[in-house]
Design a protein around this ligand. Structure first.
Ligand code: 5GP
Length: 127
């Protein structure tokens, strides 16, 4: 499966420092920052620094080091934002949209971490 990566997408521009972001955590392979249009009191986006289009691209083609770094960073964000239920907090949801059916807007893989309120049922049909 070959994905073409669009180097002009907004998250690529954030990674190049061309657009500012509110960083929550940065590691060697991963950047986490606040969503510009938050849909919950906590809405953080976690992205790999590598040029991956979506989840399956990243999961199948990134190195084990990148995947471990990304996953660990996302886990740290849940705790840093005080939403991890295991810490006595109220819980959260992670979402990753891909392609047309997933209604993905930005073609650079990202994990949404949402929390801070009851989020409702997982899916609601748009039509
Ligand atoms: P998608 O629909 O691709 O899963 O989600 C893209 C997300 O990126 C949306 O929640 C949107 O608000 C967020 N977003 C789009 N442009 C920017 C930006 O320039 N900065 C930040 N921080 N978030 C953005």
């Amino acid at each position: 499966m070959g994905y073409a990566y669009d180097t002009t997408n907004i998250f690529a521009r954030i990674l190049r420092g061309e657009i500012p972001n509110k960083t929550v955590l940065e590691t060697e392979h991963t950047l986490a920052f606040h969503d510009i249009a938050p849909q919950a009191p906590v809405h953080v986006l976690v992205i790999p620094k590598g040029p991956y289009v979506n989840f399956d691209h990243f999961a199948n083609e990134a190195s084990a080091e990148e995947i471990a770094d990304f996953t660990r960073t996302a886990g740290q964000i849940c705790r840093a934002m005080n939403i991890a239920p295991g810490d006595g907090d109220a819980g959260y949801r992670t979402i990753s949209n891909a392609g047309d059916h997933g209604v993905q807007e930005v073609p650079h893989y990202h994990l949404h971490i949402l929390g801070g309120r009851v989020l409702g049922r997982m899916l609601k049909r748009a039509d």
